[in-house]
Ligand binder design. Structure first.
Ligand code: NAD
Length: 446
C-alpha cells in the first residue's frame, strides 16, 4: 500500500514538472512585459477590500497627531537629556499634559526671551519648562527668585527649614501646581529630580549666622556638599550664592573676583565668611573633579521688600527704626562704606549667571558706594526727615570698605544693576510699614 502511494506521488511530481516546463516554454516573454502586467495588478491590489481607504486613514491620523503635538516634532537630543532627568513615572507626555498648563500658562516672558534670540517662533513651540530647586527659597532673596522663576514658566521646589525664612514670603504661590514647598534642612541629604539647583540656604545676616555659628558652618559645608552631591547624581546645574564676605576686610578696592581676600579664620564672623569660602572650594572641586556644571555668585549687600525686620543688616535696621520713630543706629564713626543693590537686580543677575556659560565667581552688586551716614540721610529723606542718629561702638571684623568691581559680570553676563538706592528704598518702605503695623497689632492683642 505504502509503495503504491510512493509511486503515485512520484508520478504526480513528474507530471507537475513536465507541465510547468511546458508552460514555461510556451508562455515565455521578456521581463519588461511582465513589469507592465504588474502595475494594473498592484492597483487592483490597492483597490481591493478597501485597502486604499485604510492607507488614507493612516496618513490622516499620523499628520493630525504631529499637528496637535508640535513639541514631539521638535524633540531634540538636548531635550532627550533633560527628559532623562525626569522621574521614570513622569514621561514627557505626562509633563505636557499636566492640568497646571491650563491654569498657569507658560509666561510670555520666557517665550519672549527665546523669541528675541531666535526671531519668530511658530505657535506652540517655546523654551523648555524646567524643574528648579531653590534652597532657602522662603527667605528674602530666595522668595524673589522663586517669583521670577514661576513667572518665567518654570516648576519650582522650595527647600527651607524656616530658620530665617517665612511661609508668608511664598504664600502667594500656595495652590499653584507649579510650586512645591518642602520643610527640610539642607544639612541632611535629599533626593529630587530637577534640572537646576539654586543653593541659597544659609542665614545671611550677622545676627542670625552668629546665633548658632556651628550650625552656620554646618549649613555651609554639609548643606553645600549635599546639594552638590545631588547635582552630580542627577546631572543638574548648580548655582551657589556666595558673598562679598569672602573678601573679608579687603586690602584691595574695589574688589575684583581675582582678589583672594583678607579674612580672619578664627573670628566671630568666620562661621559665615570661611563657611562660604569652603562652599566655593567645594563647588569648584565638584566642577573640576566630577564635571558638575556650577555657577558661583558673590553677592554684595542687597535690600528690598521681605528682608527680615531687625536682622541687624544696615538697610533693614535704618528703615525699621525710621518707621518706628526710633533713632537710626550707626556703628563706629559711620564712615565705613557699603554698596547697596536692589533685590530685583540681584535676581536678574543670578538668573543670567545660571543661564550663561561661565562658572564664575562673579561679583553681583551695585557699585554705587555710600557711607553709613550717607545711607542714613537717604533713609531720612525717604521716610522721616526728623529722624535722629545714635552712634554705637562698632562690631568686631566689620569691613571698612566694600564696593564691587562688576566689570566681569558686565562683560560676560551682560548684566548690571539698574535700580539706584533712591529708587529702590521707597519700594521696600510700604512692605516694612505693613509688617511693623501687623507686628504692633499682634503685640496689642497679646
Ligand atoms: N541679602 C544679602 O545681602 C546677601 C549678601 C551676600 C550673600 N547672600 C547670600 O544669599 C543667600 C540668601 O540670603 P538672604 O538674604 O535671602 O537670607 P535669608 O536669611 O533671608 O534667607 C536664607 C534662607 O535659608 C534658609 N535656611 C537657613 N539655613 C537652612 C538650612 N540649614 N536648611 C534649609 N534652609 C535653611 C532660611 O530659613 C531662609 O529662608 C544666602 O546664602 C546668603 O549668604 C545674601
Amino acid at each position: 500500500m505504502k509503495q503504491l502511494h510512493k509511486q503515485s506521488s512520484l508520478a504526480y511530481r513528474r507530471d507537475e514538472e513536465q507541465l510547468s516546463s511546458g508552460d514555461h516554454a510556451s508562455s515565455y516573454s521578456p521581463k519588461a512585459l511582465k513589469h507592465h502586467r504588474s502595475i494594473p495588478r498592484s492597483i487592483n491590489y490597492i483597490f481591493k477590500e478597501q485597502r486604499l481607504l485604510f492607507i488614507l486613514l493612516g496618513i490622516l491620523i499620523g499628520s493630525t497627531f504631529f499637528i496637535i503635538q508640535p513639541n514631539l516634532s521638535t524633540f531634540t537630543p538636548s531635550d532627550a537629556g533633560s527628559a532623562a532627568s525626569l522621574p521614570k513615572s513622569v514621561s514627557l507626555f505626562d509633563r505636557e499634559a499636566l492640568p497646571s498648563r491650563k491654569t498657569y500658562p507658560r509666561s510670555t516672558a520666557g517665550m519672549m526671551m527665546q523669541q528675541q534670540r531666535n526671531g519668530r517662533i511658530p505657535v506652540g513651540i517655546g523654551r523648555k519648562r524646567m524643574r528648579i530647586v531653590v534652597t532657602g527659597g522662603a527667605g528674602f532673596v530666595g522668595s524673589h527668585l522663586v517669583d521670577k522663576l514661576i513667572a518665567r514658566g518654570d516648576d519650582v521646589i522650595v527647600i527651607d527649614n524656616f530658620f530665617t525664612g517665612r511661609k508668608d514670603n511664598v504664600m502667594h504661590h500656595f495652590g499653584n501646581p507649579r510650586f512645591e514647598m518642602i520643610r527640610h534642612d539642607v544639612v541632611e541629604p535629599i533626593l529630587l529630580e530637577v534640572d537646576q539647583i539654586y543653593h541659597l540656604a544659609c542665614p545671611a545676616s550677622p545676627v542670625h549666622y552668629k546665633y548658632n555659628p556651628v550650625k552656620t558652618i554646618k549649613t555651609n559645608v554639609m548643606g553645600t556638599l549635599n546639594m552638590l552631591g545631588l547635582a552630580k547624581r542627577i546631572g543638574a546645574k548648580f548655582l551657589l550664592t556666595s558673598t562679598s564676605e569672602v573678601y573679608g576686610d579687603p586690602l584691595e578696592h574695589p574688589q575684583k573676583e581675582t582678589y583672594w581676600g583678607n579674612v580672619n579664620p578664627i573670628g566671630v564672623r568666620s562661621c559665615y565668611d570661611e563657611g562660604k569660602r569652603t562652599a566655593e572650594t567645594l563647588a569648584m572641586d565638584y566642577h573640576r573633579g566630577a564635571g558638575v556644571e556650577v555657577r558661583i555668585a558673590r553677592i554684595f549687600n542687597t535690600y528690598g521688600p521681605r528682608m527680615c525686620l531687625d536682622d541687624g543688616r544696615v538697610v533693614s535696621n535704618f528703615v525699621a527704626q525710621a518707621i518706628r520713630k526710633q533713632p537710626l543706629t550707626v556703628y563706629g564713626d559711620g564712615k565705613q562704606t557699603r554698596s547697596f543693590q536692589y533685590v530685583a537686580d540681584l535676581v536678574d543677575g543670578l538668573m543670567a549667571l545660571m543661564e550663561g556659560e561661565h562658572v564664575g565667581p562673579f561679583n553681583l552688586g551695585n557699585p554705587g558706594e555710600f557711607t553709613m551716614l550717607e545711607l542714613a540721610e537717604v533713609v531720612k529723606e525717604t521716610i522721616d526727615p526728623s529722624a535722629t542718629i545714635e552712634y554705637k561702638e562698632n562690631t568686631a571684623d566689620d569691613p571698612h570698605k566694600r564696593k564691587p568691581d562688576i566689570s566681569k559680570a558686565k562683560d560676560l553676563l551682560n548684566w548690571e544693576p539698574k535700580i539706584s538706592l533712591r529708587e529702590g528704598l521707597p519700594r521696600m518702605v510700604s512692605d516694612f510699614q505693613n509688617r511693623i503695623l501687623n507686628e504692633d497689632e499682634g503685640k496689642g492683642q497679646k
